[in-house]
Write a protein that binds this ligand. Structure first.
Ligand SMILES: [Zn+2]
Length: 225
């Protein structure tokens, strides 16, 4: 995945034999991404992943991705469902349609939150989605989660997170647009080839067309025409 360039992205899937049906392996064609906080001020991504296969864990709860200040761990394939949204197993439930991302509360939370925004922006971009595809755990089952974005009921932290994700998607778009442009050096090489045809052309219409093409090449390579 592209986000591996930004931070360490580890796929460490829990086995299908894991207890309490935590990996039911139902095929999922996700349509949204759901954001959570772990609700644990001290657990790391490794701790949260380990908890899913801890013999003392008796809960039917799981999540696709957990992120902390240093890494991202994918605990379940993103095309299988997890039990993270607390709204049952219906076809349109969050549990059956949404990728669950758990944001750790431990360590440097500002750094974790920034990494989470980078990760989620890359995931949305990869799927051709906008921030309208983001959900809170709260949206599915009214649980106060992600709790650190709740702000005493105003959810300003949630609005800020979505804005941070959106902001990370804009520079990428600009970079993509710039990458589509031609370098001045390449444009001038092509113009040099064109000029041979220009010199050979006998009629004014052909000459006008070569001139138009040369100007177009100068324009897309940021040169004056
Ligand atoms: Zn949650």
């Amino acid at each position: 995945m592209t986000e591996a360039k930004t931070f360490n992205y580890v796929a460490d899937h829990i086995p299908k034999t894991v207890a309490c049906n935590r990996r039911p392996a139902n095929v999922m064609n996700a349509s949204t991404i759901t954001i959570h906080n772990t609700g644990n001020p001290t657990s790391t991504a490794r701790n949260e992943r380990a908890w899913l296969t801890n013999p003392s864990n008796t809960r039917t709860a799981s999540y696709h991705i957990v992120i902390d200040e240093r890494e991202v761990i994918e605990c379940l394939p993103l095309n299988e469902n997890a039990w993270h949204s607390g709204d049952g197993s219906g076809a349109t439930s969050g549990n059956r349609t949404s990728i669950g991302v758990e944001i750790c509360e431990s360590g440097n939370y500002a750094k974790t939150l920034d990494s989470a925004a980078t990760l989620v922006a890359a995931m949305l971009k990869e799927r051709g989605w906008g921030v309208d595809r983001l959900r809170r755990h709260y949206d599915w089952s009214a649980k106060i989660c992600p709790r650190l974005m709740y702000d005493g009921g105003k959810w300003t932290g949630w609005a800020a997170f979505k804005a941070a994700v959106a902001a990370k998607m804009i520079p990428n778009k600009e970079a993509d647009d710039l990458a589509k442009l031609m370098s001045a050096a390449d444009a001038n090489k092509i113009i040099a080839y064109l000029s041979a045809s220009y010199m050979a052309a006998q009629d004014s219409a052909s000459r006008a067309e070569f001139k138009r093409l040369a100007d177009e090449l100068r324009r897309v390579s940021g040169q004056k025409t």
